[in-house]
Ligand binder design. Structure first.
Ligand code: RIB
Length: 332
């Protein structure tokens, strides 16, 4: 006979709170202070608690539905990822449930628990925040989890070498003669943003230059075209020495940058070269097509779903490639 599943009463006992408080943490976390929420979460993780254990137990491993959590569905990068997931799941007659964490840890945790309570076959997730802190939640769900577009030595995951991607983008700009390059980056809680910044600095060092002189780092409020446009407008209005090139953390940000440059009558690439990241389809259609670092979106999704369905716990790693177009190449 397997170990009895932890109940809400067990969690309350271990956490030293009432059953009602545990219920609030599950259903109305805003009514519970963060220290108490954390104590309850720690108790849940310690006990491997999952609500509706009986229902989930009946369905565990038999569901043909997979839960998918990405950062933001509005980003077409995830369209390519999800299509790859869908194509692999369809081979085994599986379906997916899809949602965005919006870079919010509480929202992400709520989806994870909902998927676990639904008894999904497993979860594919692009986690937000410190992976070590999320690791307990992910591994204590008692259902398979595969990380999407994120590397971890301890979990099944599919990722891209974003340090190489950042290095490719900035080495290209340095080769074009740029010596003052803006880096429009997202929150460093996102592993992909950290790695693209590291690749940027590596390219500058490898060119024998000083990042403090060459790179102007701009922290975006979020990874949207609006944020890119606002940041570029602020840069153009600044009294600081103007960069001659900008490397954007993704194509959506780069589209906003291109709009701001158009609105300020700044010629691309002559007055400002622009490089994006992802190589989403729409960027080829621009009047000045965008140079970008291509990620194998479909392959990322397909392989993550394959790891989940086959139960392989391994790390799949892809290499990005630079696709040079008119937004950074003067000779086009
Ligand atoms: O989600 C933020 C970014 O990280 C996406 O645009 C894509 O580049 C991913 O790797």
């Amino acid at each position: 006979m397997g170990r009895d599943r932890a109940s809400i009463k067990d969690v309350a006992r271990v956490a030293g709170v009432s059953v009602g408080t545990v219920s609030n943490v599950l259903n109305r976390p805003e009514f519970v202070s963060e220290p108490t929420r954390q104590r309850v979460r720690d108790a849940m993780n310690q006990l491997g608690f999952v609500r509706n254990a009986t229902a989930r137990q009946l369905r565990a491993g038999h569901s043909q539905t997979v839960g998918v959590v990405v950062l933001d569905l509005a980003n077409p990068f995830y369209t390519g990822i999800v299509r790859g997931i869908e194509d692999r799941l369809a081979e085994d007659n599986h379906l997916l449930m899809l949602c965005s964490s919006d870079e919010n840890e509480d929202r992400e945790t709520r989806y994870l628990r909902q998927f676990a309570e639904q008894g999904v076959r497993g979860i594919l997730i692009t986690p937000f925040g410190n992976l070590n802190e999320r690791f307990d939640i992910l591994t204590n769900l008692q259902i398979p989890v595969v990380l999407l577009d994120t590397h971890s030595p301890d979990m099944a995951c599919v990722s891209v070498d974003n340090v190489k991607g950042g290095r490719l983008a900035v080495a290209h700009l340095l080769d074009q003669g740029h010596r003052r390059i803006a880096l429009f980056n997202g929150p460093l809680e996102i592993q992909q943003c950290r790695d693209r910044s590291a690749g940027t600095m590596a390219a500058v060092y490898e060119a024998g230059l000083d990042p403090a002189q060459v790179v102007v780092e701009v922290a975006l409020r979020d990874l949207t075209s609006e944020a890119g446009a606002e940041a570029m407008a602020a840069l153009l209005d600044s009294d600081e020495e103007r960069p001659t090139a900008v490397f954007c953390v993704n194509d959506i940000v780069a589209l906003g940058v291109m709009r701001a440059l158009r609105e300020h009558d700044i010629a691309v690439p002559e007055e400002m070269a622009v490089v994006g990241y992802d190589d989403v389809p729409v960027i080829k259609e621009l009047r000045t097509p965008l140079t970008s670092v291509r990620q194998p979106m479909h392959d990322i999704g397909w392989n993550a779903a394959d790891l989940l369905l086959t139960g392989k716990v391994k790390q799949v790693r892809f290499s990005p490639e630079l696709v040079v177009r008119g937004s950074s190449d003067y000779h086009r």
